[in-house]
Design a protein around this ligand. Structure first.
Ligand SMILES: [Fe+2]
Ligand SMILES: [Fe+2]
Length: 253
């Protein structure tokens, strides 16, 4: 018995020792280096592994990031992966005060999740795609549309071209032709006003002392976001891979 114990203890010690020596090699996706304006070829993983024989490229959980539950929920992504979400929480509360329906409050809560958790450019299109299997079609449509409608005023609801855009993009900025084309399609759509409502509640000038917690929307999420039982990323949906990429953004393959 003692021998068996010592054998397993030895095995544990060996494993511990290996784990200590085991390092990891991060090879970034092309997109990340392009975003740095870097066109150089990626580091040679083979060469790196020769230099660090105990190191591997990342294929499992990323040791640098907070661990995620095996079956992550939308709230887990807010908690463990997304950047600051005050803008989304305040927009959603603003939408509640404005008397919007629950599903439109959810749309306001989620409208910029791509910006805070995934990719900025075309964030409305990405964000809509991320949630498409889990929300009402109108929510997806509205999230996609807000990306476009933000650039176009609508006097009927008092929406003006954002002052912040003048500062950020310059006076001369005009939306890309594909945005313009989408605007023409969207303004006659039956859900136009839903997309427009996100822009109305898409507030940037709010009281920074007001704290809104995600818990405030737990019930609305519960009733309007079809959280997959297997967890976001593991439900075999057409967008599961996007959520997995957020969980393990430096996965080698
Ligand atoms: Fe946005
Ligand atoms: Fe926004």
């Amino acid at each position: 018995m003692n021998d068996v114990m010592s054998l397993s203890q030895r095995a544990d010690a060996l494993e511990e020792n290996m784990a200590r020596q085991l390092d990891y090699i991060v090879i970034k996706s092309r997109l990340y280096t392009l975003a740095d304006g870097d066109m150089s070829p990626p580091p040679n993983a083979g060469e790196l592994m020769k230099k660090h024989p105990n190191a591997h490229v990342i294929m499992g959980d990323d040791p640098r990031l907070p661990e995620m539950p095996a079956k992550p929920t939308l709230a887990d992504f807010f908690k463990y992966r997304f950047g600051p979400s005050a803008h989304l929480l305040q927009s959603a509360r603003h939408a509640v005060k404005g008397g919007l329906s629950e599903k439109m409050v959810l749309a306001c809560l989620l409208h910029d999740i791509s910006t805070i958790g995934f990719i900025r450019g075309d964030h409305g299109y990405w964000g809509a795609q991320m949630v498409e299997p889990y929300v009402d079609e109108e929510v997806t449509w509205a999230i996609r549309a807000h990306q476009v409608l933000r650039f176009y005023p609508d006097e009927s609801v008092g929406y003006e071209y954002p002052q912040a855009y003048l500062t950020a993009f310059g006076e001369e900025y005009r939306p890309d032709p594909y945005i313009e084309a989408d605007y023409r399609r969207m303004r006659d759509h039956k859900w136009y006003m839903s997309g427009r409502m996100i822009t109305v509640h898409d507030i940037y000038s709010f009281d920074p002392t007001v704290k809104v917690e995600l818990d405030e929307f737990t019930d609305i999420i519960g009733r309007n976001f079809r959280q997959p039982e297997e967890g976001l990323g593991f439900d075999n949906s057409p967008v599961a891979h996007i959520w997995r990429t957020i969980i393990r953004p430096a996965k080698y393959l």
